[in-house]
Design a protein around this ligand. Structure first.
Ligand code: AMP
Ligand code: ZN
Ligand code: FE
Ligand code: FE
Length: 280
């Protein structure tokens, strides 16, 4: 049986491995394919795809977009045309929303007595996309928290004193953006919506109306019964089930590449769907 991982982050957003390094690690761990799904950017995709060709590892171009819907709703886009100017313009707008939020979060944390600067956070990020994990790292470097997890639990999640909301697309905009650039829109980590079964099903129905084509059934924090439930939900609503770990390198040290057993045949179905939709 071959396995895949359709949810990974690189240094282009808030992962700690460069795109090439991620692809090399995926090859070394024996994965048959990966998708690179950085937040709000397609910057790492070219390098990842090139390395994939060099190593004979299948690399799927992807992206992950946070949306204004319910709690932490994230939409993954697969097989997007990452040269599409409309997609690139929209993603730049999302990065602009981050640029507005980051100084506000630093300011909040300064008010709480933590002497971190935006420059320190930006240094952690390296690339163009600054995210909360980089803020968490800056807090950790100064010894204010022992781990990234602690930084999130105490200060950086919604409702905690260091949190500032960023402007987001609504679900419809994100799904249309992905679909219009030839991609397949998939609901990421449904467990993170933190809904009971009835409300989750309603949310899925709403997203299907907006053009959702898949649901991430396999995920690092999904138990086996949860995965089974999401697979059933996929079948009920004619959604493609997908799966990925949400690997972030040392920014999420508990998640190791190659541990989540996502069967390859899910990617086969995704590819068939992408070809159908890209046909003239
Ligand atoms: P942002 O896009 O800047 O709002 O940051 C969201 C990212 O922060 C997610 O994609 C995760 O990588 C990370 N994250 C969110 N919640 C947690 C948490 N409780 N512990 C560790 N990382 C988290
Ligand atoms: Zn992330
Ligand atoms: Fe996510
Ligand atoms: Fe992610």
């Amino acid at each position: 049986m071959s396995y895949i991982d359709l949810h990974t982050h690189t240094t282009a957003s808030d992962g700690t491995l460069k795109p090439q390094e991620l692809v090399r690690l995926a090859e070394k761990t024996g994965l048959a394919a990966i998708a690179v799904t950085d937040h709000d950017t397609v910057e790492g995709l070219e390098a990842a795809l090139e390395e994939g060709v060099a190593l004979g590892l299948e690399v799927v171009p992807g992206v992950e977009i946070s949306v204004d819907f319910i709690n932490e709703t994230h939409i993954l886009g697969y097989f997007i045309d990452f040269y599409d100017p409309n997609l690139r313009t929209a993603l730049e707008r999302l990065r602009e929303f981050r640029r507005k939020r980051n100084p506000l979060m630093v300011e909040r944390l300064n008010q709480l007595g933590f002497a971190i600067t935006l420059e320190e956070v930006a240094r952690e990020a390296g690339g163009k996309v600054i995210g909360r994990p980089h803020i968490a790292k800056a807090l950790m470097n100064k010894g204010y928290v022992k781990s990234i997890h602690e930084a999130f639990a105490l200060y950086l999640t919604q409702g905690k004193p260091g949190y500032v909301d960023k402007e987001k697309l609504v679900a419809q905009e994100a799904i249309e953006l992905i679909t219009n650039s030839g991609g397949i829109a998939v609901l990421a980590h449904p467990k993170c919506l933190q809904l009971d079964l009835l409300d989750l099903e309603k949310a899925v129905q709403d997203l299907v109306q907006l053009g959702l084509k898949g649901i991430e059934a396999y995920y690092s924090t999904h138990s086996q019964p949860e995965t089974q439930y999401y697979l059933q939900l996929a079948e009920k609503y004619n959604l493609l089930p997908t799966g990925g770990s949400d690997f972030h390198g040392s920014n999420k040290p508990e998640i190791k590449l190659g541990k989540l057993a996502v069967p390859y045949h899910l990617l086969t179905k995704l590819k068939i769907e992408a070809q159908i939709r890209q046909a003239p």
